[in-house]
Design a binder for this molecule. Structure first.
Ligand SMILES: Cc1cc2nc3c(=O)[nH]c(=O)nc-3n(C[C@H](O)[C@H](O)[C@H](O)COP(=O)(O)OP(=O)(O)OC[C@H]3O[C@@H](n4cnc5c(N)ncnc54)[C@H](O)[C@@H]3O)c2cc1C
Length: 356
């Protein structure tokens, strides 16, 4: 197999929201960079329930990409045991495939080089290079970098996952039989250490559950079938399974952020919220920051990734540690309807009690 040698200032592994945001930040500052993803088409398959709060617009103006919005959302509804709560929950159920493709496209437009269907299978730290296998071109690249940004998602992409605890999630896209303007989360005894969701997207909905493993030994499929039966019995969703997906959500809070001239961002850095599992916005924010610091490092000929770490920790560490603590303290107590109803307000960030 032929091997091609390439050289760049910054190599970025992963063209999810984190990696593409890093590439955009670099290209806007005129720093040569290569964005690499093992997927043949950026954004596909979607492994996400796709809800994001309104504040995404401060980072990615969705007004300019209406096709990235599946549906606007007004409320967040919570069913906890037998109780029901409604909160202001303005935001969007995105079309993640379009959203992710848009970000990667912006990176290319501003100057990034994008390699798809290209899997990074080795980092050679001594040589500052990565080995990449391009399935499409049937060639290998050896790419030399000054700085590397790892935006590889929930697993670090190179063997063992780096994050501590994970939610194992499974989801279908199905028919939505009633109009909804809320995202709905369900806390049930048969979904231990996690929750179920129905997130509407017009005539369809993302319906899924996530359970922390190994904290719970409840089989995912058993729990998911129970959940589908419950929601179907209310007449909210139909029987069709249009798409199926699954994935991991890191829930132990921030992990390793830098390692010499390597910076991690998004899920790879453990930035998903340990209780809600939300990670799109923090991926965009952390990717942008990683790109900014890599650009400044190149310009100053000085590794500034320790400053990146400091800034990321100052923004996220406290809230993520707090959420991880709540998760590990409260979920074990939530074993029946009464204890779910009693603890939900301390667990879920929509409630005022969460912050006390
Ligand atoms: C079922 C589920 C539902 C979710 N629902 C929501 C939600 O409603 N709202 C929300 O905010 N968050 C949600 N999340 C979390 C959200 O999807 C992630 O936080 C977000 O995608 C993180 O972005 P990222 O760029 O860090 O990683 P990713 O989006 O995972 O992107 C990583 C990219 O790296 C590539 N890659 C990995 N390894 C390599 C390699 N070795 N070589 C080349 N490429 C590589 C992958 O192909 C991928 O494209 C959900 C997650 C799951 C699993």
């Amino acid at each position: 197999m032929p091997v091609y040698f390439m050289k760049t200032k910054v190599a970025i592994i992963g063209a999810g929201p984190a990696g593409s945001s890093a590439a955009i930040a670099l290209s806007k500052k005129g720093i040569p960079n290569i964005l690499i993803d093992k997927r043949g088409v950026v954004g596909i398959p979607v492994q996400c329930a796709e809800f994001v709060g309104l504040n995404i617009n401060s980072y990615v103006d969705l007004n300019n990409i209406p096709s990235a919005i599946n549906q606007k959302i007004k409320f967040m509804d919570i069913y906890a045991g037998k109780n029901f709560y409604r909160f202001n929950g303005k935001g969007y159920v995105l079309n993640r495939a379009v959203f992710d493709r848009h970000l990667a496209g912006e990176a290319v437009k501003t100057g990034s080089k994008l390699l798809t269907a290209a899997r990074v299978y080795r980092i050679n730290r001594q040589k500052n290079s990565i080995d990449v296998l391009s399935a499409e071109e049937k060639i290998m690249y050896e790419i030399y970098y000054d700085y590397l940004i790892a935006a590889t998602g929930p697993k670090n992409g190179f063997g063992e996952p780096k994050n501590g605890a994970y939610i194992y999630a499974t989801q279908i896209k199905t028919d939505l039989l009633k109009e909804l303007d809320s995202v709905i989360c369900y806390f049930r005894t048969y979904i231990p250490y996690g929750y179920g969701w129905v997130f509407p997207k017009g005539k369809f909905a993302n319906v899924g559950i996530g359970i922390e493993k190994p904290a719970s030994d409840m089989p995912l499929s058993l729990s998911f079938n129970k959940f589908l039966n419950e929601i179907r019995s209310t007449g909210l969703i139909g029987l069709k399974i249009i798409e199926k997906t699954s994935g991991l959500v890191p829930v132990s809070g921030l992990n390793e952020i830098t390692d010499g001239n390597i910076a991690l961002c998004g899920d790879a850095a453990g930035l998903t919220h340990p209780v809600t599992g939300a990670g799109i916005l923090s991926a965009v924010i952390s990717g942008g920051l990683a790109g900014d610091y890599a650009a400044e490092s190149v310009k100053a000929s000085k590794n500034l990734f320790e400053d990146y770490k400091e800034e990321l920790e100052s923004v996220f560490k406290k809230s993520l540690s707090n959420a991880a603590k709540k998760r590990s303290e409260l979920y074990p107590l939530m074993t029946d309807d009464l204890s779910i109803e009693k603890n939900i307000k301390q667990l879920w960030p929509s409630f005022e009690e969460y912050y006390k």
